[in-house]
Design a protein around this ligand. Structure first.
Ligand SMILES: [Zn+2]
Length: 141
């Protein structure tokens, strides 16, 4: 039972390489990942700067904090607040190399390749677009 609960909790992390849809399905079943959302200040920042700029920042964070073979402070390198990309990284389990290995099947112990960095940016972009859509819907209702 305990094992079942643990699996359900950190949660439905996929056991085999999966598609982006599969990863997002799994993330949607994780209570922790689902709770991650943009605060008002981060939302305002995203609207003000636009997605392209925020994604450029995201790429810079990835290059410096996630891509090195052994990132400094791995597991604690991504703040929970302060930039939409940070929130997106926690929401999508691209916050550290441990989560990246567990959820996205990108092993630790090597510097991220260019396609891997682009994949991480794509994951963040998809999540941010989802947030923007929700805002839009809320704004109209
Ligand atoms: Zn993490």
């Amino acid at each position: 039972m305990a094992i079942t609960n643990r699996i359900l909790d950190e949660d439905a992390a996929p056991a085999t390489p999966v598609s982006l849809d599969g990863v997002f399905d799994a993330l949607g079943r994780s209570p922790f990942r689902r709770r991650c959302g943009l605060a008002a200040a981060e939302r305002a920042y995203l609207e003000r700067k636009g997605l392209a700029v925020v994604l450029r920042h995201a790429r810079d964070f990835i290059d410096r904090r996630l891509a090195p073979r052994q990132p400094p402070n791995d597991g604690r390198q991504t703040p929970f607040r302060g930039h939409p990309a940070f929130v997106a990284q926690h929401a999508t389990a691209t916050c550290c190399r441990c989560c990246l290995a567990k959820w996205h099947r990108i092993p630790r112990g090597h510097a991220l390749t260019e396609p891997e960095c682009q994949y991480v940016v794509a994951v963040i972009e998809r999540w941010l677009r989802g947030q923007a859509r929700q805002l839009h819907r809320r704004g109209r209702s």
